[in-house]
Design a protein around this ligand. Structure first.
Ligand code: PA5
Length: 524
């Protein structure tokens, strides 16, 4: 494509959100002539579905739930006054609580105030808060230092706790789980509780729950008289919960500007609610995804923010996009196996890693660049007339051009700076693009049957492990013999892997054979 044609496309396909100083440039996507016109009718239907969702219709039919994350930043739009009231009162309560913690009026007898915050949660109950904390935090200046545990890995948990040695007395813990029954945060909470006991500190006096009222976690928090409980609403999905207490409470405690986070999201919502797809960046982005992937996920989305503060955005988007769009069935119940794979870290760092393949290797992706105008940090020149920030920017433009020359597509989102407003706006932009794209491909973007299936599969494996453990005796047996003895000969492989794990952790004795299937195991 000649430079003058590209210049015209740049002028034609730059979509702006003025209140956020944000633009979306889709001129380097190679959508064919007539594509936008052809997609006008399906996009109108997607807009209508989005309107219905925002009005409070059941937009998650499989779980028979409303989908209300847009109301969190515009409570007046909530379909019931009671919902608007609970959104407002939760925000007020979050601010009051954070203020009291910062002032030291909420504290324990062991310290003058809480200085560390340990957040426990997984998936949608972790990725949003982690992204916001990393994007907006300034360790050293923030009133609280934030730590996360988002797994059931005892070694990972121990490492996080090791960073809090001598500080547990000043540590406030938030346990977040919408369902209140997810094993990973439950396990992490138990290990953290144990660490507090060892330090002779009472976990419940510094524990806060964010969960649906009436959940197992809510009951635990209530019966053990935890410091506080905040609600997670039935009509909010995990991966779109960052503007609920799930994201706002840790952010407020860290000292971040939650009003502007909400205001940025609200401004983006206002700019992406309209039905003119040419002027609606969320719609345009969804259309670009459709054009690049054929509406069938044929290409992956590489997210490349050129800003260290946005590193976790790619991880956050990976869940938002893949858990929302990765579906076997469409809304008609037909098998479609949909989705868009998302990966990425940050530029320019990734240019020294996988960008080599992006430029020269298999062309199975499109890039979403995120460009931040203000460099921040030092403006010292590293070469005459050139700063480190100029390098970062120049490398973005250079990579984008190099990819385009080798027929690799990209979109570019530009923001002025990374602050609470723009972070709120970025989150809202992708939330709406995911919703609109979900409608274009006819799937339910708001449930996660695959996640639930994984949870059930793990539960049945742990049940089998219990049986294996109790069947171990002093007389050595192979995995196959143990599986047969338990009446599950078809599970020999799983039993073999479970025994290998138990032996590695000192809970079963094994001989020294090199071949796992030939090993014999007995009780310790
Ligand atoms: O987005 C989702 O719904 C999931 O990723 C959940 O957030 C995740 O499974 C954790 O669930 P919960 O918050 O119920 O513990």
């Amino acid at each position: 494509m000649s430079a003058s044609i590209q210049w015209k496309r740049f002028q034609q396909h730059l979509c702006r959100i003025p209140p956020l100083e944000m633009t979306l440039d889709v001129s380097r996507m190679r959508f064919e002539d007539g594509f936008l016109e052809r997609m006008a009718a399906p996009m109108q239907l997607a807009f209508e579905s989005m309107d219905a969702l925002e009005r409070g219709d059941i937009a998650n039919p499989d779980e028979k739930r409303m989908v209300g994350h847009y109301w969190l930043r515009a409570p007046d739009l909530a379909p019931l006054p009671s919902i608007a009231a609970e959104i407002r009162s939760t925000i007020e309560e979050i601010k009051r609580f954070a203020r009291a913690v910062h002032e030291g009026s909420i504290r324990t007898s062991e310290a003058s105030r809480f200085t560390h915050l340990l957040c426990i949660g997984i998936g949608g109950s972790a990725l949003g808060p982690m992204f916001v904390a990393d994007a907006l935090g300034n360790p050293g200046n923030d009133p609280m230092r934030v730590h996360f545990i988002d797994n059931t890995d005892p070694d990972g948990i121990a490492r996080t706790l090791a960073g809090l040695v001598g500080r547990l007395n000043e540590t406030l813990c938030i346990v977040t789980s919408k369902s209140g029954g997810t094993p990973e945060p439950r396990n992490a909470m138990m290990l953290v509780d144990q660490a507090f006991r060892k330090a002779k500190l009472d976990f419940s006096k510094r524990a806060v729950a964010i969960t649906m009222p009436g959940s197992q976690l809510d009951k635990t928090a209530k019966s053990h008289d935890w410091l506080a409980r905040f609600p997670m609403f039935d009509w909010i999905g995990g991966r779109t919960s960052v503007m609920s207490a799930v994201g706002l409470l840790p952010a407020a405690l860290q000292g971040l500007d939650i009003d502007n986070l909400l205001a940025g999201a609200a401004a983006c919502d206002a700019a992406t609610r309209g039905h003119d797809m040419h002027g609606n960046p969320a719609a345009l982005m969804a259309l670009m995804w459709y054009s690049a992937t054929g509406g069938k996920g044929k290409k992956d989305m590489v997210v490349l923010p050129y800003k260290d503060r946005l590193l976790l955005f790619s991880r956050y988007l990976q869940q938002l996009v893949m858990e929302s769009l990765g579906k076997r069935l469409n809304l008609k119940g037909e098998r479609v196996e949909q989705g868009i794979a998302v990966y990425g870290n940050k530029g320019t760092t990734d240019q020294h890693a996988y960008v080599q393949q992006l430029r020269d290797g298999v062309n199975n992706f499109f890039v979403t660049f995120i460009r931040v105008l203000e460099s921040g940090g030092s403006a010292q020149e590293v070469e005459p007339g050139v700063t480190a920030g100029d390098y970062l920017h120049g490398l973005l433009l250079g990579t984008r051009a190099a990819l385009f020359e080798s027929e690799r597509e990209s979109t570019t989102i530009t923001i002025s700076r990374v602050d609470a407003r723009t972070v709120g706006g970025l989150i809202a932009l992708f939330e709406r693009a995911v919703g609109l794209y979900g409608s274009l491909i006819g799937i339910n973007a708001y449930h996660q049957p695959g996640v639930e299936a994984g949870k059930k599969a793990a539960a049945s494996i742990l049940l089998l492990q219990r049986k294996v453990l109790s069947s171990l005796s002093k007389s050595p047996k192979t995995a196959e013999q143990i599986a047969s003895g338990l009446g599950v000969p078809d599970e020999s492989e799983t039993v073999c892997l479970l025994l290998e794990h138990l032996a590695a952790n000192g809970r079963a004795r094994s001989d020294k054979s090199d071949v796992p299937s030939a090993m014999i195991y007995c009780k310790i």
